[in-house]
Ligand binder design. Structure first.
Ligand SMILES: C[S@@+](CC[C@H](N)C(=O)[O-])C[C@H]1O[C@@H](n2cnc3c(N)ncnc32)[C@H](O)[C@@H]1O
Length: 241
């Protein structure tokens, strides 16, 4: 049997995001030609489909980083949102954006490790994680934690880079992702390794079906996925039964 994917060392990940936090948002939008905004919108729509839009619902956005998905969730669904991340400089940026957006205390951030979430079982109606699962040292444990803090019937939604499925497009994209993006990222962020780590980690991360199976093994019911932009990214979801 193939060995289960193990993610990168947590301390190295925190250090890497500390180093690029100041350029993270700009590079996200620039390197993806802003497609990341569209993917987050689809993520919000999926959460709406799974739990509805209610000001009384509470979502957790794990590995929330600079808070773009937390903000999109609140704007799209009017829910309360807790953003959690273990990288202080990323959360500092998120806090500034949330303060500037005028949403008051409807979005709260907390510095926490997704592998040991400081919440009681059954605390949230939905838990999201965008481009975070691949960065966890132990993605299975991360999914278990996400499931633990969900209410029964609550939904987990995972947005992550995946494996392009369209043959010719796959080669063009892989060329950009492996050779062009790391150089642009290094030049703009001043960090030579972070944007090499991105394609390397995506290559090692489980493909669409394997991730869906991992979610099923962890206990998510009705686990399913859809490809985004030809499989450059994928959205996975499941419910706590
Ligand atoms: C690629 S960024 C994604 C940020 C945000 N979700 C987005 O969509 O832009 C990954 C984030 O995961 C966080 N992260 C990685 N491992 C973590 C862990 N074990 N606990 C909490 N945060 C973690 C990093 O600090 C970083 O902010």
């Amino acid at each position: 049997m193939e060995r289960e994917y193990q993610g990168p060392d947590s301390r190295a990940v925190r250090q890497m995001f500390t180093g690029i936090a100041h350029r993270y948002d700009f590079l996200n939008h620039f390197l993806s030609a802003s497609i990341d905004r569209y993917w987050r919108r689809i993520t919000v729509n999926k959460v709406r489909e799974l739990i509805g839009a209610s000001p009384f619902a509470l979502c957790l956005d794990a590995c929330s980083g600079t808070g773009d998905l937390a903000l999109a969730l609140h704007r799209g669904l009017k829910t309360g949102v807790v953003g959690s991340d273990f990288c202080h400089p990323m959360l500092t940026r998120a806090n500034a954006k949330i303060a500037a957006s005028g949403v008051g205390n409807r979005i709260r951030n907390i510095e926490a490790d997704t592998l040991a979430l400081p919440f009681a079982p059954g605390s949230f109606d939905a838990v999201t994680i965008a481009f975070g699962l691949r960065n966890l040292e132990n993605p299975r444990l991360g999914l278990e934690e996400m499931r633990r803090v969900l209410k029964p019937g609550g939904a987990a939604v995972v947005l992550e880079f995946s494996k392009p499925i369209v043959p010719v497009f796959r080669h063009v994209f892989n060329f950009y992702f492996r050779y062009v993006l790391p150089r642009l990222g290094a030049a703009i962020s001043g960090d030579g390794t972070a944007y090499q780590y991105l394609p390397d980690s995506v290559r090692k991360f489980p493909a669409q079906i394997e991730l869906m199976e991992l979610m099923q093994e962890v206990g998510f019911k009705d686990a399913a996925y859809c490809n985004l932009s030809g499989g450059i990214a994928a959205l996975h979801w499941g419910r706590k039964g």
